[in-house]
Ligand binder design. Structure first.
Ligand SMILES: [Ca+2]
Length: 323
């Protein structure tokens, strides 16, 4: 496998333009990758944003993105619309939570449904996923898809992605209570799989088990903020944060292929450890790079990156790619 540290392409520059650009990564600078003989020019597309968590593109060419305090913003025709498209009223904006992911329904062009995941307060911090319908008058028809997902200031997940099977996949964090990742009666430290209306698909792996939540697709996941389906294979690739020192030796960030019903080990195993009945990561990074996203390149601007898996990482604020 080739692994290369790339600098900020245009898309990541948006995510990273939230406050002060790190030294040496300013607009107009060129960053090179010795492994791929590639170089990239950094462009700030939108300045002065506040912790951008998630970006999607609509079929009519708009870019929608979330800001942690609860705003859904729109970038269209080369301009940021000053008014937020929508503001989540009851978001808990602290730490690694706030308004996190946005996902469009696979038939968004005709039904205008979109999904948001965000932290809220109800006897402590939790995460819920809600669905709205976008209309010219704003977001309407609010429907809670799932709520009561354990959360905390750290390790709150949460990435949303529709699969090629039309199901909604949701990553959750262990809410800094590491043992819950192995507990099948908890939604924390898991990947969940739901129908587009929030009901449980009957072919989920733990349906019918009285000791398990039927929404669970995989477990033993510490905190994932990146999932995407690989074009061609439909495999579900995932990035996951490794231990932070207080809950295990530092480093150990992971890339996994998530498969139905499997146990990805946390907190029993981490880094490159192995254990019968548990999956070890495909790729592991020590020291930590802190992968905050994960996606396959499907664009036309960089043909050599087609099929490569990219992750924006918090540590060093870079963009990693692997093929
Ligand atoms: Ca693991």
């Amino acid at each position: 496998m080739i692994f290369s540290a790339l600098c900020l392409a245009v898309a990541s520059a948006i995510a990273l333009a939230c406050s002060h650009p790190p030294t040496g990564r300013g607009a107009g600078e060129i960053e090179g990758s010795p492994q791929t003989q590639s170089s990239f020019k950094v462009e700030t597309v939108i300045p002065n944003l506040e912790i951008v968590w998630s970006i999607v593109w609509t079929p009519d060419g708009r870019m929608l993105f979330t800001e942690r305090p609860g705003r859904v913003r729109v970038f269209e025709n080369g301009k940021l619309r000053q008014q937020a498209l929508f503001v989540v009223p009851d978001v808990e904006p602290r730490g690694e939570s706030g308004l996190m992911s946005i996902a469009l329904h696979p038939q968004f062009a005709s039904n205008h449904l979109l999904y948001l995941s965000y932290a809220y307060n109800s006897n402590g911090q939790q995460v819920r996923v809600v669905r709205y319908r976008e209309t010219p008058d704003g977001f309407v028809d609010r429907k809670v898809i799932i709520e009561g997902i354990p959360a905390a200031q750290f390790h709150a997940g949460c990435r949303l992605r529709f699969g090629p099977d039309g199901k909604l996949y949701i990553t959750t964090g262990d809410a800094t209570e590491r043992q819950i990742a192995q507990q099948l009666n908890s939604l924390g430290g898991k990947t969940l799989r739901l129908n587009d209306d929030g009901t449980v698909p009957p072919d989920n792996p733990f349906v019918g088990r009285p000791d398990a939540r039927p929404e669970i697709w995989t477990y033993g996941n510490r905190n994932s903020q990146g999932i995407d389906f690989q074009p061609g294979t439909n495999l579900l690739w995932e990035t996951e944060h490794g231990p932070s020192g207080f809950d295990g030796p530092g480093g150990g960030d992971e890339v996994n292929i998530l498969e139905r019903g499997k146990n990805y080990g946390w907190p029993v195993i981490h880094h490159r450890q192995t254990h019968e009945g548990m999956e070890s990561p495909i790729l592991e990074y020590t020291p930590a790079c802190a992968p905050g996203s994960g996606m396959f390149y499907r664009g036309s601007q960089f043909p050599k990156f087609n099929g490569n898996f990219f992750s924006g990482v918090w540590s060093g604020r870079a963009l990693f790619g692997s093929s």
